[in-house]
Design a protein around this ligand. Structure first.
Ligand code: PLP
Ligand SMILES: N[C@@H](CCOP(=O)(O)O)C(=O)O
Length: 484
């Protein structure tokens, strides 16, 4: 398997191995890596995979994307990652052994539980694997890395928990100052590990993500400080997320002729991008239901063809804060497929985006590409604070299930697009404990939290507050990487 950049328009595109793109994160031309062609799954494979445990399924799926790590080693890494002990969230071992169980709310509508990992959000599904992969690859090569990431609330803690205490790895995580829930802040800022550095930027997630990209685009700095990525710009994150679409499909259907719909609360387009890739591999996904909160850039695109990222001042701070994103990184991967994998066109479109502008694929100039959109199976919708409260109350009253604010957005939009002939799984992306204030507003009771997370908000916190300034971030990294 070789990988190409979405922006590589040279006559002979540079082809990279999995390990190369895993360590480099963003491509040097500013694009995102994708397989040169998606691997396909055969009917015989689907039949065999239906019976597999999560770890065995992860090995089968990831082996399609990773061919430069010996199979025995990859199997060991995957087995070490996907255990009931890691994804238990206080549940009984039999329940936890499933790793991503489906909780059926009623016939044809279920929650695919993805947030039972150590930090109570779906990010743990891929991030725990990344922690083990980084450790393995770096040890083999005798190298170290300085991870630079951006978070709107959940990637940060998932990355820090996955990397804390790991030799040869430092994590520098940018988060939007005062924009996450108190629980999310405490999960990250209360960590005292010597290899973890939290930086709160006076801006939104998009500002933090822009800084990450600016640092990656400084080739000299990136090389000197061995900068690595854990955001979904890193293909390994997306690849690991593909696995649970397969697992969910098998749990939600009776046989491999059935189609399924997945409803996905979306922000940076990483989670649903993995669903798109599973579908491109041949998994019978009938619908990808994309749900946004009030930050509805993606919903707008799928309805109108216009991709119009908003500025920081136009981005709302909402009660599903992890989705407060107006410039979705992974959207570039999807548009690359939509426009027939044309890197020159991606360069043209993203030159506009990177200059603060927008593009309209429905305009006559691009209409040829846009008419293919229905082939990709997306339907979309948005949810507001009032919708969120109503959905949380309704789901609790009808099924006795407490859902978090992001999952509520997914459920709200799923209800608008559900079809009676197709089971729908809503991806449960976080535990309600992470968003206590809004759950209490909706239900009048606080959500339960694991014993280990009681009172974390009162712990001492360690965080550096900075302006939105890529050079200041570089100086901070350099100062903390100097030998003692
Ligand atoms: C709880 C939660 N739900 C949904 C999302 C949106 O996922 P994505 O950014 O992959 O679209 C995020 C952030 O990524 C999240 O943390
Ligand atoms: N919602 C995310 C934002 C970053 O997304 P990623 O998938 O690119 O890491 C978060 O919680 O940080």
């Amino acid at each position: 398997m070789r990988y190409v950049s979405t922006r590589d328009n040279s006559s002979i595109p540079s082809q990279k191995t999995f390990t190369e793109i895993f360590l480099s994160g963003l491509a040097p031309d500013g694009g995102l890596y994708l397989p040169e062609a998606y691997p396909r799954v055969t009917r015989a494979e689907l039949d065999a995979w239906r019976k597999l445990s999560y770890a065995d399924l992860a090995f089968a799926v990831l082996s399609k994307f990773i061919d430069d790590i010996p199979a025995d080693d990859l199997k060991r890494l995957v087995d070490k990652t996907y255990t009931a002990a890691v994804y238990c969230n206080g549940r009984a071992p039999e329940k936890a052994a499933e790793i991503t169980p489906v909780h059926w709310l009623e016939p044809g509508l279920g929650l695919l539980e993805l947030s039972n990992g150590p930090t109570l959000a779906f990010k743990d599904m891929a991030m725990q694997l990344l922690g083990n992969l980084f450790e393995y690859v770096l040890t083999k090569r005798g190298e170290t890395t300085n991870i630079l990431g951006a978070t709107s609330g959940d990637t940060g803690s998932a990355a820090e928990y996955a990397m804390r205490g790991k030799r040869g790895i430092r994590v520098f995580m940018l988060s939007p100052h005062n924009r996450m829930s108190a629980f999310q802040r405490a999960q990250m800022y209360a960590l005292q590990d010597a290899n973890i550095f939290n930086i709160a930027v006076r801006g939104m997630f998009d500002d933090a993500q822009d800084i990450v990209k600016a640092v990656f685009n400084d080739a000299c700095f990136k090389a000197e400080y061995s900068i690595g990525a854990v955001n979904s710009i890193n293909w390994a994150r997306v690849a690991a997320q593909v696995v649970y679409y397969f697992k969910g499909y098998f749990a939600g259907t009776r046989n491999n002729d059935d189609e399924i719909a997945f409803a996905v609360p979306s922000g940076n387009f990483g989670n649903i991008c993995a669903g798109h890739i599973a579908r491109m591999m041949g998994l019978p996904i009938g619908r990808l239901i994309l749900a946004t909160n009030e930050n509805d850039v993606l919903d707008e695109f799928f309805r109108t063809g216009c991709y119009r990222p908003r500025s920081t001042t136009e981005t709302f701070v909402t009660s599903s804060p992890s989705m407060d994103i107006s410039k979705a990184s992974n959207f570039e991967r999807f548009v690359f497929d939509l426009v027939g994998r044309n890197p020159s066109l991606i360069r043209t479109l993203w030159a506009k985006v990177d200059a603060g502008g927008s593009f309209d694929l429905a305009s006559s100039e691009y209409a040829d590409h846009f008419r293919h959109l229905p082939e990709f199976g997306f339907v979309t919708g948005k949810s507001t604070h009032a919708d969120r409260l109503r959905t949380i109350r309704d789901i609790y009253a009808r099924y006795g299930v407490m859902v978090d604010t992001h999952t509520a957005d997914g459920l709200k939009v799923a209800a608008e697009h559900r079809r009676p002939d197709m089971p729908t799984l809503v991806l449960e992306t976080a535990q309600p404990a992470k968003f206590e204030e809004t759950i209490t507003e909706a239900l009048g009771i606080a959500p339960p939290r694991p014993e280990s997370m009681r009172g974390i908000e009162a712990l001492p916190q360690r965080v550096e507050v900075m302006n939105v300034d890529a050079d200041a971030v570089k100086r901070f990294i350099a100062a903390h990487c100097r030998p003692a």
